[in-house]
Design a protein around this ligand. Structure first.
Ligand code: ADP
Length: 242
């Protein structure tokens, strides 16, 4: 089986196995304000990924001893539903979800003006309903729309996207098969206004030149996703504002 997989060509004549060009994103749809009982929410369909995010807070941190006197605590919980992948995933937290929750909490600790809400927590729940690689990027992208929907002040929205290497070619936004069989995968999240990099992880290897190329393709993609995020918010709120 592995031998067959290794033989399989994922890029033929510059076209990927899902008919995309190397620097082409999957289709992305974002909707803000999808949960009535959350303070802010968003739903994203990104290729075959389906992710919903609920934001609660800022609310008083409890128990009191965890309160920070000068800022809010940002607490993200990323969860992949057991039915989100082909072979049922064991429910509940695992090493991967704990890691992803931590890095996303750190992204938003930086993006949110936490000092405006001392002694509170801002809770971000990311629920992956269907997964096809790139769920942490989809989660971050939707979470920043949900935070904006909750009216939580941030330095900017945070778009995220992965870039990788498949058959020696730099490709944007890997789907599951490319993620499994490719040579590298690098999720990136940025603050568009300042171009600060809030997340950069890497699985696999790039040469320095490949890294530079991949990084720039990733940043360009983040800027496109940023436009989709702002459009999702405008779509939801233009009528209300006018
Ligand atoms: P990301 O979803 O951010 O790309 P990974 O690279 O860790 O994160 O995972 C890639 C993909 O592998 C996931 O989107 C999902 O489709 C699949 N996957 C991850 N964990 C599991 C699991 N425990 N069981 C089955 N599939 C999984």
């Amino acid at each position: 089986m592995n031998e067959i997989c290794k033989e399989k060509k994922l890029i033929v004549n510059g076209v990927r196995s899902d008919n995309r060009k190397p620097d082409e994103l999957r289709k992305i749809d974002i909707k803000a304000n999808v949960l009535k009982r959350a303070d802010g929410s968003a739903y994203i369909e990104w290729g075959e990924n389906k992710v919903i995010v609920g934001v609660y807070g800022p609310r008083e941190a409890y128990p009191k001893h965890i309160q920070q006197p000068n800022k809010a605590i940002v607490n993200c919980k990323y969860n992949m539903a057991s039915f989100s992948v082909l072979e049922r995933k064991r429910p509940g937290p695992d090493r991967r979800s704990v890691e992803i929750s931590k890095i996303i909490s750190e992204v938003f600790e930086y993006a949110i003006f936490t000092e405006e809400f001392p002694r509170t927590t801002i809770d971000i729940f990311i629920e992956v309903l269907e997964a096809d690689a790139g769920t942490r990027c989809a989660g971050i992208t939707a979470a920043s729309v949900a935070l904006a929907d909750a009216g939580i002040p941030m330095k900017d929205l945070v778009p995220a996207c992965a870039v990788g290497k498949v058959d020696g070619t730099i490709v944007l936004d890997l789907y599951k098969e490319e993620d499994n069989l490719g040579e590298a995968d690098m999720p990136i999240a940025i603050l568009p206004r300042t171009k600060d990099v809030l997340l950069l992880q890497m699985d696999g290897n790039f040469t320095f030149d490949e890294f530079e190329k991949a990084f720039h393709i990733g940043i360009d993609a983040c800027m496109k996703i940023y436009e989709m995020q702002t459009n999702a918010l405008k779509k939801e709120y233009t009528d209300i504002v006018s």
